[in-house]
Ligand binder design. Structure first.
Ligand SMILES: [Zn+2]
Length: 79
């Protein structure tokens, strides 16, 4: 299985996988994006999308802009 197309959620720029043939053991989407991040969107009570989970990609440029505009909240670093 090859990695799916990966447009940025915001600007729709094409994002490349560093290792496009790499597939996770569970068949999931690989997380080796070149200058982009994976995000999971979880619908909670009150949303029309309650109980649904979605996956998306945001390029580093758009994430940086969102951080500067305080549209996203820093939670923690794994470092
Ligand atoms: Zn973008």
């Amino acid at each position: 299985m090859q990695a799916p197309d990966t447009p940025c959620l915001i600007c729709e720029k094409a994002i490349m996988y560093l290792w496009p043939d790499h597939v996770l053991e569970d068949g999931g989407v690989p997380s080796n994006l070149n200058n982009a991040v994976d995000i999971d969107i979880v619908g909670s009570y009150g949303s029309s999308f309650d109980l649904n989970v979605y996956h998306a990609i945001i390029c580093d440029d758009c994430l940086d802009k969102a951080i500067q505009r305080r549209r996203v909240t820093f939670i923690k670093s794994y470092l």
